[in-house]
Design a protein around this ligand. Structure first.
Ligand SMILES: [Mg+2]
Length: 336
Protein backbone atom coordinates (compact mmCIF):
# COMPACT_ATOMS: atom_id res chain seq x y z
CA UNK A 1 0.00 0.00 0.00
CA UNK A 2 1.25 3.51 -0.80
CA UNK A 3 0.19 7.05 0.00
CA UNK A 4 -1.81 7.16 -3.27
CA UNK A 5 -4.09 4.37 -1.97
CA UNK A 6 -5.30 6.25 1.11
CA UNK A 7 -4.62 9.91 0.16
CA UNK A 8 -3.11 12.66 2.31
CA UNK A 9 -6.08 12.87 4.66
CA UNK A 10 -6.20 9.11 5.15
CA UNK A 11 -2.52 9.25 6.02
CA UNK A 12 -3.02 12.11 8.49
CA UNK A 13 -5.73 10.10 10.23
CA UNK A 14 -3.27 7.24 10.65
CA UNK A 15 -0.39 9.26 12.11
CA UNK A 16 -2.32 11.89 14.06
CA UNK A 17 -2.36 9.77 17.20
CA UNK A 18 0.88 10.16 19.07
CA UNK A 19 1.68 13.60 17.65
CA UNK A 20 0.37 15.65 20.58
CA UNK A 21 2.73 14.93 23.45
CA UNK A 22 2.22 18.06 25.56
CA UNK A 23 -1.30 19.41 24.93
CA UNK A 24 -1.00 22.25 27.46
CA UNK A 25 -0.61 25.57 25.57
CA UNK A 26 -1.69 24.03 22.22
CA UNK A 27 -4.88 25.66 20.90
CA UNK A 28 -5.01 23.96 17.46
CA UNK A 29 -2.94 20.92 16.45
CA UNK A 30 -3.05 18.86 13.21
CA UNK A 31 -6.37 19.28 11.36
CA UNK A 32 -6.91 23.02 10.90
CA UNK A 33 -5.51 25.49 8.36
CA UNK A 34 -2.69 26.39 10.73
CA UNK A 35 -1.50 25.26 14.13
CA UNK A 36 -1.96 27.62 17.07
CA UNK A 37 -0.14 27.54 20.39
CA UNK A 38 0.74 29.91 23.18
CA UNK A 39 4.44 30.77 23.35
CA UNK A 40 6.33 30.27 26.62
CA UNK A 41 5.76 33.46 28.63
CA UNK A 42 8.77 35.76 28.83
CA UNK A 43 10.97 33.61 26.57
CA UNK A 44 12.35 34.07 23.07
CA UNK A 45 11.03 31.79 20.34
CA UNK A 46 13.70 29.70 18.58
CA UNK A 47 13.04 28.34 15.08
CA UNK A 48 15.21 25.91 13.12
CA UNK A 49 14.72 24.01 9.85
CA UNK A 50 16.59 21.11 8.30
CA UNK A 51 16.10 19.67 4.83
CA UNK A 52 17.03 16.04 4.09
CA UNK A 53 17.02 14.70 0.54
CA UNK A 54 17.36 11.05 -0.43
CA UNK A 55 20.73 10.22 -2.08
CA UNK A 56 22.15 13.56 -0.90
CA UNK A 57 21.78 13.12 2.88
CA UNK A 58 20.65 9.53 3.31
CA UNK A 59 20.31 6.26 1.42
CA UNK A 60 16.76 5.00 1.79
CA UNK A 61 17.72 1.39 1.09
CA UNK A 62 20.22 1.50 3.98
CA UNK A 63 17.95 3.33 6.45
CA UNK A 64 14.83 2.02 8.17
CA UNK A 65 11.88 4.40 8.28
CA UNK A 66 12.13 4.48 12.08
CA UNK A 67 15.82 5.47 12.11
CA UNK A 68 15.26 8.09 9.42
CA UNK A 69 12.40 9.64 11.40
CA UNK A 70 14.46 9.65 14.58
CA UNK A 71 17.45 11.28 12.93
CA UNK A 72 15.47 13.83 10.92
CA UNK A 73 13.94 15.14 14.14
CA UNK A 74 17.10 14.68 16.26
CA UNK A 75 19.20 17.01 14.10
CA UNK A 76 16.64 19.79 14.58
CA UNK A 77 16.39 19.20 18.34
CA UNK A 78 20.18 19.39 18.45
CA UNK A 79 20.06 22.92 17.02
CA UNK A 80 17.65 23.96 19.78
CA UNK A 81 20.03 22.34 22.31
CA UNK A 82 22.93 24.36 20.90
CA UNK A 83 20.98 27.58 21.61
CA UNK A 84 20.37 26.48 25.20
CA UNK A 85 16.64 26.14 24.56
CA UNK A 86 13.74 23.83 25.32
CA UNK A 87 12.27 22.18 22.20
CA UNK A 88 8.50 22.72 21.87
CA UNK A 89 6.82 22.04 18.50
CA UNK A 90 7.75 20.27 15.26
CA UNK A 91 6.34 20.69 11.73
CA UNK A 92 7.02 18.02 9.15
CA UNK A 93 6.99 18.45 5.36
CA UNK A 94 7.56 15.32 3.26
CA UNK A 95 7.65 14.72 -0.48
CA UNK A 96 7.02 11.02 -1.08
CA UNK A 97 7.85 9.08 -4.27
CA UNK A 98 5.35 6.48 -5.46
CA UNK A 99 7.86 3.71 -4.72
CA UNK A 100 7.77 4.50 -0.97
CA UNK A 101 5.47 2.14 0.92
CA UNK A 102 2.93 3.30 3.46
CA UNK A 103 4.59 0.96 5.97
CA UNK A 104 7.91 2.86 5.55
CA UNK A 105 6.16 6.21 6.07
CA UNK A 106 4.38 4.99 9.18
CA UNK A 107 7.67 3.65 10.51
CA UNK A 108 9.21 7.07 9.78
CA UNK A 109 6.51 8.71 11.89
CA UNK A 110 7.02 6.14 14.68
CA UNK A 111 10.73 7.09 14.76
CA UNK A 112 9.88 10.78 15.05
CA UNK A 113 7.13 10.21 17.59
CA UNK A 114 9.26 8.09 19.90
CA UNK A 115 11.96 10.79 20.05
CA UNK A 116 9.36 13.59 20.28
CA UNK A 117 7.74 11.73 23.19
CA UNK A 118 11.05 11.45 24.99
CA UNK A 119 11.71 15.19 24.79
CA UNK A 120 8.14 16.46 25.18
CA UNK A 121 7.90 17.85 21.63
CA UNK A 122 4.54 18.08 19.81
CA UNK A 123 4.23 17.39 16.09
CA UNK A 124 1.73 20.10 15.26
CA UNK A 125 1.45 19.94 11.50
CA UNK A 126 3.18 19.94 8.15
CA UNK A 127 2.50 18.95 4.57
CA UNK A 128 2.65 15.71 2.62
CA UNK A 129 2.97 15.68 -1.15
CA UNK A 130 4.01 13.40 -4.01
CA UNK A 131 7.53 13.42 -5.45
CA UNK A 132 8.66 12.24 -8.91
CA UNK A 133 11.65 10.28 -7.66
CA UNK A 134 13.34 10.96 -4.29
CA UNK A 135 12.07 11.18 -0.74
CA UNK A 136 12.59 14.66 0.74
CA UNK A 137 11.94 15.67 4.35
CA UNK A 138 11.86 19.15 5.79
CA UNK A 139 11.37 19.47 9.54
CA UNK A 140 10.96 22.76 11.36
CA UNK A 141 11.23 22.81 15.14
CA UNK A 142 10.39 25.65 17.48
CA UNK A 143 11.79 26.05 20.96
CA UNK A 144 12.12 28.71 23.59
CA UNK A 145 14.78 30.16 25.84
CA UNK A 146 14.95 33.02 28.35
CA UNK A 147 16.71 35.86 26.47
CA UNK A 148 19.47 36.20 29.05
CA UNK A 149 20.32 32.50 28.77
CA UNK A 150 20.49 32.11 25.01
CA UNK A 151 23.72 30.52 23.74
CA UNK A 152 25.11 31.94 20.48
CA UNK A 153 28.20 31.40 18.35
CA UNK A 154 29.64 34.89 18.61
CA UNK A 155 30.58 35.32 22.29
CA UNK A 156 33.90 33.45 22.59
CA UNK A 157 36.81 35.47 24.04
CA UNK A 158 40.57 34.79 24.06
CA UNK A 159 41.44 32.65 27.08
CA UNK A 160 38.10 30.78 27.17
CA UNK A 161 38.29 27.00 27.45
CA UNK A 162 36.96 25.07 24.44
CA UNK A 163 34.86 22.11 25.62
CA UNK A 164 32.82 19.24 24.20
CA UNK A 165 30.13 17.21 25.93
CA UNK A 166 30.97 13.80 24.45
CA UNK A 167 32.97 11.64 22.05
CA UNK A 168 33.76 12.77 18.51
CA UNK A 169 34.17 10.76 15.32
CA UNK A 170 31.95 7.77 16.18
CA UNK A 171 29.17 8.82 13.83
CA UNK A 172 31.52 9.14 10.84
CA UNK A 173 32.86 5.66 11.58
CA UNK A 174 29.27 4.36 11.64
CA UNK A 175 28.67 5.98 8.25
CA UNK A 176 31.77 4.24 6.91
CA UNK A 177 30.27 0.88 7.94
CA UNK A 178 26.97 1.73 6.22
CA UNK A 179 28.54 3.00 2.98
CA UNK A 180 30.73 -0.09 2.74
CA UNK A 181 27.88 -2.51 3.51
CA UNK A 182 29.67 -3.82 6.61
CA UNK A 183 27.25 -5.51 9.01
CA UNK A 184 28.09 -4.27 12.50
CA UNK A 185 28.61 -7.63 14.23
CA UNK A 186 30.84 -6.64 17.17
CA UNK A 187 29.55 -4.49 20.07
CA UNK A 188 32.08 -1.76 19.10
CA UNK A 189 30.81 -1.57 15.51
CA UNK A 190 27.19 -1.68 16.71
CA UNK A 191 27.84 1.34 18.94
CA UNK A 192 29.38 3.26 16.03
CA UNK A 193 26.43 2.36 13.79
CA UNK A 194 24.07 3.50 16.55
CA UNK A 195 25.95 6.80 16.93
CA UNK A 196 25.33 7.52 13.27
CA UNK A 197 21.72 6.41 12.87
CA UNK A 198 20.25 7.26 16.30
CA UNK A 199 22.05 10.39 17.55
CA UNK A 200 20.91 11.82 20.91
CA UNK A 201 20.18 15.55 20.95
CA UNK A 202 21.88 17.11 24.02
CA UNK A 203 18.86 19.15 25.15
CA UNK A 204 19.36 18.64 28.90
CA UNK A 205 23.06 19.46 28.57
CA UNK A 206 22.23 22.59 26.57
CA UNK A 207 19.79 23.78 29.25
CA UNK A 208 22.36 23.11 31.97
CA UNK A 209 25.01 25.14 30.13
CA UNK A 210 22.55 27.96 29.39
CA UNK A 211 21.56 28.18 33.07
CA UNK A 212 25.21 28.20 34.20
CA UNK A 213 25.71 31.73 32.84
CA UNK A 214 29.36 30.87 32.15
CA UNK A 215 29.17 29.68 28.54
CA UNK A 216 30.31 32.35 26.09
CA UNK A 217 29.57 30.54 22.81
CA UNK A 218 28.05 27.23 21.68
CA UNK A 219 27.27 25.18 18.58
CA UNK A 220 26.31 21.55 17.97
CA UNK A 221 28.82 19.41 16.10
CA UNK A 222 27.06 18.67 12.80
CA UNK A 223 29.64 19.41 10.10
CA UNK A 224 32.70 18.25 12.07
CA UNK A 225 34.72 19.54 15.03
CA UNK A 226 37.14 21.69 13.01
CA UNK A 227 34.41 23.14 10.75
CA UNK A 228 32.05 23.89 13.66
CA UNK A 229 34.84 25.36 15.80
CA UNK A 230 35.68 27.61 12.87
CA UNK A 231 32.04 28.83 12.93
CA UNK A 232 32.50 29.92 16.56
CA UNK A 233 35.93 31.47 15.87
CA UNK A 234 34.71 33.32 12.76
CA UNK A 235 31.52 34.62 14.40
CA UNK A 236 33.42 35.68 17.54
CA UNK A 237 36.35 37.17 15.56
CA UNK A 238 38.89 35.12 17.50
CA UNK A 239 41.19 32.15 16.90
CA UNK A 240 41.28 28.74 18.53
CA UNK A 241 43.91 26.17 19.40
CA UNK A 242 43.00 22.53 19.99
CA UNK A 243 45.12 20.07 21.99
CA UNK A 244 45.27 16.91 19.89
CA UNK A 245 45.72 14.58 22.86
CA UNK A 246 42.69 15.97 24.75
CA UNK A 247 40.04 15.32 22.10
CA UNK A 248 37.76 12.58 23.48
CA UNK A 249 37.85 9.45 21.32
CA UNK A 250 35.84 6.36 22.24
CA UNK A 251 37.34 2.89 22.62
CA UNK A 252 34.96 1.85 19.84
CA UNK A 253 36.48 4.40 17.45
CA UNK A 254 40.00 3.27 18.37
CA UNK A 255 39.00 -0.36 17.65
CA UNK A 256 37.50 0.69 14.32
CA UNK A 257 40.59 2.70 13.31
CA UNK A 258 42.98 -0.07 14.36
CA UNK A 259 40.94 -2.54 12.31
CA UNK A 260 40.82 -0.44 9.12
CA UNK A 261 44.08 1.48 9.51
CA UNK A 262 42.47 4.92 9.81
CA UNK A 263 43.48 7.90 11.95
CA UNK A 264 41.00 8.35 14.84
CA UNK A 265 41.93 12.02 15.27
CA UNK A 266 41.09 12.70 11.64
CA UNK A 267 37.65 11.14 12.17
CA UNK A 268 37.11 13.36 15.22
CA UNK A 269 38.25 16.58 13.50
CA UNK A 270 36.44 16.22 10.18
CA UNK A 271 33.82 13.51 10.75
CA UNK A 272 30.64 15.40 11.57
CA UNK A 273 27.12 14.42 12.67
CA UNK A 274 28.27 13.83 16.25
CA UNK A 275 25.58 16.16 17.65
CA UNK A 276 27.56 16.70 20.84
CA UNK A 277 27.80 20.30 22.02
CA UNK A 278 30.94 22.34 21.36
CA UNK A 279 31.16 25.41 23.60
CA UNK A 280 33.46 27.89 25.27
CA UNK A 281 33.60 28.63 29.01
CA UNK A 282 35.11 31.57 30.85
CA UNK A 283 38.07 30.17 32.84
CA UNK A 284 37.03 31.74 36.18
CA UNK A 285 33.73 29.83 36.16
CA UNK A 286 35.04 26.66 34.62
CA UNK A 287 35.47 24.60 37.78
CA UNK A 288 31.87 25.17 38.90
CA UNK A 289 30.51 24.30 35.44
CA UNK A 290 32.68 21.18 35.20
CA UNK A 291 31.63 19.93 38.63
CA UNK A 292 27.93 20.63 38.08
CA UNK A 293 28.01 18.96 34.68
CA UNK A 294 29.59 15.73 35.87
CA UNK A 295 27.25 15.60 38.90
CA UNK A 296 24.17 16.02 36.73
CA UNK A 297 25.12 13.89 33.73
CA UNK A 298 27.64 11.41 35.12
CA UNK A 299 30.05 12.30 32.30
CA UNK A 300 33.00 14.66 32.42
CA UNK A 301 33.26 17.79 30.30
CA UNK A 302 36.25 17.59 27.99
CA UNK A 303 38.45 20.67 27.67
CA UNK A 304 39.99 20.31 24.23
CA UNK A 305 41.68 23.67 23.73
CA UNK A 306 41.67 27.42 24.23
CA UNK A 307 40.30 30.42 22.38
CA UNK A 308 43.16 32.63 21.15
CA UNK A 309 43.48 36.07 19.54
CA UNK A 310 45.25 34.65 16.45
CA UNK A 311 42.19 34.71 14.19
CA UNK A 312 43.18 31.22 12.99
CA UNK A 313 42.55 27.59 13.85
CA UNK A 314 45.56 25.70 15.15
CA UNK A 315 46.22 22.32 16.69
CA UNK A 316 48.93 21.47 19.21
CA UNK A 317 50.47 17.99 19.31
CA UNK A 318 51.24 16.15 22.56
CA UNK A 319 54.85 17.33 22.13
CA UNK A 320 53.76 21.00 22.06
CA UNK A 321 54.17 21.65 18.33
CA UNK A 322 51.50 23.99 16.93
CA UNK A 323 50.34 23.63 13.32
CA UNK A 324 47.55 25.32 11.35
CA UNK A 325 44.27 23.37 11.30
CA UNK A 326 42.06 23.49 8.20
CA UNK A 327 38.35 23.65 8.97
CA UNK A 328 37.44 20.58 6.95
CA UNK A 329 34.04 19.10 7.45
CA UNK A 330 31.51 17.21 5.46
CA UNK A 331 30.63 19.38 2.47
CA UNK A 332 27.29 18.56 0.84
CA UNK A 333 28.18 20.42 -2.35
CA UNK A 334 31.46 18.60 -2.90
CA UNK A 335 31.13 15.78 -5.43
CA UNK A 336 31.91 12.25 -4.18
MG1 LIG B 1 23.69 23.49 14.34
Amino acid sequence: MTLADIGEFGFIDRIRQGCLIRPQSVIRAIGDDAAAYEPAVGELVLVTTDLLVERVHFLKAATSGFNLGHKALAVNLSDIAAMGGTARQAFVGIAVPESCSLAYLEDFYRGMQSLAGEYGVNILGGDTTASKSDLAISITVTGSVPAAQMLCRDGARPGDHICVSGFLGDSRAGLHLILNHITPETPAFRNLFQAHVLPRPCLAEGRFLACSGAVSAAIDVSDGLSADLWQIARSSRVGACLHADRIPLSKDLHRFCNHFGYDALEYALAGGEDYTLLFTVEPTHFQAVEQGFSEQFGNPLHVIGQITDSGKLEIESAGGRRTPLTPSGWNHFKPG
